[in-house]
Design a protein around this ligand. Structure first.
Ligand code: MOS
Length: 763
């Protein structure tokens, strides 16, 4: 292949590094106003009165809108319609929007927000997920504070534990994680022609935004056009919440009939936008003395915050991944999304799985230790193989690369020697090495089946260049580049001749959200379908020119020639010109529907995802036992993504995802006091930087997916998934203790060392 499998430069790289790329805040329109949002200061309170008169009287203020001023529905639709755009009768979390203001300058808008007088009557807040389940807890959602409950029932759990020689039960906890995208939330709403609305902004899911704006304004979907601007990072944080931001801007544009720009400050972004769900996970598993898993029983709770948003689907992905990539005959899992009076949690790279993966992998490592077995050996006994059934009894009939990733990572990291040589007594520094093995369902799966389709539009122009449009978005992950490579390969033209038009709801049909590592497979396949008629037309025309039967012609090196006789050839460029001359339709569309998935909600059994990607992570660390400080030396990450359409981007994803996973495991903490986030900035919410970056060893394993474009499976989220448990496993190896909670901050590590000492003294 000419372009597929090559590490071509990012299509959008030049614009981004030179500063020419226009992000949300770089867009301006004549007569544009600036918006700010008035927010709740209490986690739970009844709204007695919102007095906007002083704000409205401020010179330069064009509009102040509350829930009463919404012409359509006061709802931000995600799964269950429980979230209003603007709070009406009660506020449910600190930072919840109450009113929006449009003014001539952002400063006036801010000042007007301060002039809005809100009278509250405080209500008791639900802040802890375990307490929220108690009878005496105040009820903020139905009569149990539970947004969603999912189950898995496979085999017979009692029987499974009876067969076990060792049973281990442990509670694990995982924290919030803030997306920390460089570009905060931002939207510009532009009313056009009196009765239409255009939206420009930073987002993953333009079709969600289109629906939200239609709901709020009461306009038909046909009158709402959403254009994605260059998006400075998202990681799931721009999946559902941009609907809220766009709704706020659109509401003001509707009332003023002027363009309105709304850009969140970093502080309000962190306070009010979604996070990774904190989790409480009770994990119990049984194993024979030969190391074979017999049963896994799990109960886990996600802290969903004040509104359900994506929680039920995040929980669903969590439950499917909760047992890990292991062959376990007897499984029982109960998962709950619990309501609290805190910021609503939502999508974050991994979408409910890094939490359960931390628990699963830590437990597997503990089981191996109990058996006095190398954790890699323990994995090779239990890992899923072709022909096995997952925890949801899905038959894995092909593309199961987990064993290959394990083998590659073990070899490359020199695992065996390092595992023996760890510990060490070099002053206060101890060395350790640890691993994790993970899988990841690609696409929306059975939990989002109705949206598992995508459209594409391709034009081959008379100068031999091609233009295409898809409904999925570029957010930094490299989709634009990968899809351009696919189009170039399909049409036989150079990569540089392919241009992707900005994602725009008016160009292609609703293609679902850009989430769940689905863009390469879904839009890639839609593009291949759109290119098929173009290829046919080109071959037919070349056949006429050459006087040959088109079925014996092939594309090669910008020529079309007879397969058996390469000398009987015509330049592709000449064929393209001829096609245009003969009035052929050189623009076509493609539509791809995902392979089937299924799910039984009572038993949690079914084909959850149409395919899985696989990875092994090995982390090497140094721990200072006097300070508790951890230095990650190296992460070896072997990934099976079916086919690396662009190996350079794959390596970049692995490095970025691994660093993000390292932050999750070691340092990132959203601090909440009585429902209030007290560290909403990057000087107190600490993420890893280049200084913390270890040496990365990315390894590509390719087990082709038969329904993937060129065999690709998609893996954008996977690099983060298994890193936190690999790092804590390495810490455990270095110190001879086990950490059941992340982040493994120096404080927590010192505490664990102290606790271990005490336990030793006591016997
Ligand atoms: Mo992604 S966390 O599926 O937006």
């Amino acid at each position: 292949m000419r372009v597929i499998g090559k590490g071509v430069n990012r299509e959008d790289g030049y614009e981004k590094v030179t500063g020419r790329a226009l992000f949300a805040d770089d867009h301006s329109f004549p007569g544009m106003l600036y918006a700010r949002v008035k927010r709740s200061i209490y986690p739970h309170a009844r709204i007695l009165e919102i007095d906007t008169s002083r704000a409205k009287a401020l010179p330069g203020v064009l509009a102040v809108a509350t829930a009463r001023d919404i012409p359509g529905m006061n709802v931000v639709h995600v799964v269950i319609d429980d979230q209003p755009l603007l709070a009406d009768k009660t506020v449910m979390y600190v930072g919840e929007p109450l009113a929006v203001v449009a003014a001539e300058t952002p400063e006036i808008a801010e000042q007007a927000c301060d002039l809005i007088d809100v009278k509250y009557s405080k209500l008791p807040a639900v802040l802890d997920i375990l307490k929220a389940r108690g009878k005496s807890s105040p009820k903020i959602y139905k009569d149990n504070n539970v947004f969603a409950h999912h189950k898995i029932r496979k085999g017979n759990i009692e029987e499974g534990f009876k067969k076990a020689d060792i049973v281990l039960e442990q509670i694990y906890r995982t924290p919030y994680q803030e997306h920390a995208y460089l570009e905060p939330q931002g939207m510009v709403a532009v009313p056009r022609y009196g009765s239409t609305m255009e939206i420009y902004g930073t987002m993953q899911c333009p079709f969600y935004v289109q629906q939200a704006v239609a709901d709020i304004t009461g306009l038909d979907l046909s009158r709402v056009r959403v254009v994605q601007t260059y998006t400075g990072g998202a990681f799931g944080g721009k999946e559902d919440v941009p609907s809220l931001v766009a709704g706020q801007a659109a509401l003001l544009a509707y009332h003023t009939q002027r363009p309105v720009k709304l850009i969140y400050s970093r502080e309000e972004d962190i306070i009010s936008m979604s996070k990774r769900h904190p989790a409480w996970i009770k994990y119990r598993s049984g194993v024979t003395k030969d190391g074979k898993l017999t049963a896994v029983e799990i109960e886990f709770l996600f802290d969903s915050g004040a509104y359900s948003t994506l929680s039920s689907v995040v929980l669903w992905r969590g439950i499917v991944h909760s047992v890990g990539p292991y062959n376990v005959p007897h499984v029982k899992v109960d998962a709950y999304a619990v309501a609290t009076n805190k910021v609503p949690c939502g999508a974050f790279r991994g979408f409910g799985s890094p939490q359960v993966i931390f628990a699963a992998e830590t437990q597997m490592n503990e089981l191996a230790a109990k058996l006095d077995m190398d954790p890699a050996q323990f994995r090779s006994i239990n890992l899923l193989q072709e022909g096995d059934l997952t925890a949801t009894s899905q038959l894995l009939d092909h593309s199961v690369g987990i064993g290959d990733t394990l083998k590659a990572a073990l070899g490359s990291s020199n695992w065996r020697d390092k595992r023996k040589g760890s510990g060490g007594t070099d002053g206060s520094v101890r060395k350790g090495i640890g691993l994790s093995t993970v899988f990841y369902g690609v696409g929306l799966g059975a939990g989002g089946k109705q949206m598992a389709r995508a459209g594409a539009y391709v034009q081959l122009l008379r100068d031999g260049s091609a233009q295409f449009a898809v409904g999925t978005t570029e957010m930094g992950q490299g989709m634009r580049t990968v899809l351009s490579q696919i189009v170039a390969e399909q049409l036989g033209i150079p990569y540089k001749k392919v241009y992707m038009i900005e994602t725009d709801t008016s160009r292609v049909p609703d293609s679902g959200p850009t989430v769940a590592s689905r863009a390469t497979v879904m839009s890639g396949n839609a593009l291949i379908k759109a290119c098929a008629p173009l290829r046919e037309i080109l071959l037919k025309r070349a056949g006429i020119i050459l006087g040959q039967d088109p079925q014996f012609l092939i594309f090669q090196d910008e020529m079309i020639h007879l397969e058996e006789h390469p000398e009987i050839a015509v330049p592709l460029m000449k064929v393209i010109e001829d096609c245009h001359h003969h009035r052929e339709n050189m623009s076509h569309e493609g539509w791809f529907i995902s392979p089937e998935t299924s799910w039984d909600p009572e038993t949690g059994q079914g084909k959850a995802y149409f395919i899985y990607s696989w990875a092994t992570n090995i982390a090497e660390v140094e721990v200072d036992i006097e300070t508790g400080q951890v230095k990650v030396l190296k992460i070896t990450a072997a990934h099976d993504m079916g086919k690396a359409i662009n190996p350079l981007l794959v390596e970049g994803q692995i490095e970025g995802g691994a660093l993000q996973g390292m932050g999750y495991g070691l340092m990132e903490e959203v601090l909440v006091d009585e429902g209030r986030i007290i560290n909403p900035n990057f000087s107190t919410y600490i993420i890893p930087t280049v200084i913390d970056a270890p040496e990365f060893q990315p390894i590509i394993v390719e087990k082709p997916f038969r329904d993937g474009p060129y065999g690709a499976k998609g893996f954008g989220e996977l690099p983060l998934m298994g890193v936190a448990p690999a790092v804590t496993a390495a810490i455990s190896h270095a110190l001879g203790i086990t950490l059941h909670e992340i982040p493994a901050t120096p404080e927590r590590i010192l505490e664990a060392i102290q606790a271990a000492k005490k336990a030793n003294l006591n016997g």
